[in-house]
Design a protein around this ligand. Structure first.
Ligand code: NAD
Length: 271
């Protein structure tokens, strides 16, 4: 069954005019970064972490200096992301981009692993833990542009924006925080353009991200020829509500490379 679906996905991708990939925490679990809601997820194992996640944005709004103290003590609950390495799933998506098939990856992940695997067109829907962003004007900064430890030592936290003087936060979209307008706009443009959407390793319960496949399904009801392929360890609401055309159940680190290999085989049948 899985082999047939891998062939189907390879054929759908090879025939596509504009394929995009959506990814979630599941694609990074094989790099050692826990997801939230999978069977070994951070929140599945420790529900108190979920409550803390909802408090982070409130803390930034009410006490930005304290927010930064907390961030410097533990930037994210996901571990030391700088030490994690891309896995075969990230690498396969980068390869699909080099093959001219996948045009953009829209990721919920903040771990920067798609970029490190070689994907060039990445939209970080929920931000990126290696950048900072001004909460007023939206200007982004690379982490080394601020001496955060120095600011802490001098009791000058939070960092302030060089462009507008606004308060700078981590460029990670916390729960209850609005998604930056530029990212929403670009994600909707890519979603409208695509004819194949590959949805990898997401429970598809966080909105507005989960509305992107819904948009494609609505468009497909009006104009034929849009395909949504899910690759996930377990069925999701996209599977259950028949928003995806089919689910390839299993690990992204195994299935994505198998799809790449199948596309290559189709292109060179003698191999
Ligand atoms: P989620 O935890 O809600 O769901 C992950 C899904 O992936 C689950 O359905 C799980 O069964 C599946 N999965 C786990 N490992 C898999 C694998 N190897 N192959 C295929 N499927 C696998 O994650 P989400 O939907 O991305 O939502 C969580 C939110 O938390 C996101 O908004 C994201 O920003 C953030 N987050 C990010 C990271 C990261 O940057 N790596 C990690 C955890 C959470």
């Amino acid at each position: 069954m899985t082999t047939e679906l891998i062939r189907q996905a390879a054929a759908d991708l090879a025939c596509s005019g504009y394929a995009i990939a959506l990814t979630g925490a599941g694609i990074s679990t094989e790099s050692g970064i826990p997801d939230f809601r999978g069977p070994s997820g951070l929140w599945t194992k420790n529900p108190a972490e979920e409550r803390k996640a909802y408090e982070r944005y409130e803390k930034f709004l009410t006490d930005p200096g304290g927010y930064w103290e907390d961030r410097l003590n533990a930037p994210t609950p996901l571990g030391d992301l700088g030490k994690m390495k891309p896995n075969q799933g990230h690498e396969a998506l980068a390869e699909l981009e080099r093959m001219g098939i996948v045009k953009t990856v829209i990721t919920q992940n903040i771990d920067n692993l798609h970029q490190r695997a070689g994907s060039r067109h990445v939209l970080d829907f929920h931000g990126n833990a290696f950048r900072l962003r001004c909460a007023s004007c939206g200007r982004r900064y690379e982490l080394p542009e601020f001496d955060l430890e120095g600011l802490r030592r001098d009791r000058r936290l939070p960092p302030l924006c060089g462009a507008c003087g606004g308060i700078v936060k981590l460029d990670v979209v916390h729960f209850r925080e609005p998604i930056p307008a530029d990212v929403i706009e670009q994600s909707l443009t890519e979603t409208e353009k695509c004819d194949v959407m590959l949805v990898c390793g997401t429970s598809a319960v966080v909105y507005p991200f989960a509305s992107l496949p819904e948009t494609v399904r609505e468009q497909a009801a009006n104009s034929r020829g849009k395909v949504i392929i899910e690759i996930n360890a377990e069925p999701t609401p996209l599977t259950q509500r028949r928003i995806s055309d089919y689910l390839i159940q299993g690990k992204t680190g195994q299935i994505l490379p198998a799809i790449v290999a199948e596309i290559r085989r189709m292109e060179s049948p003698a191999l």
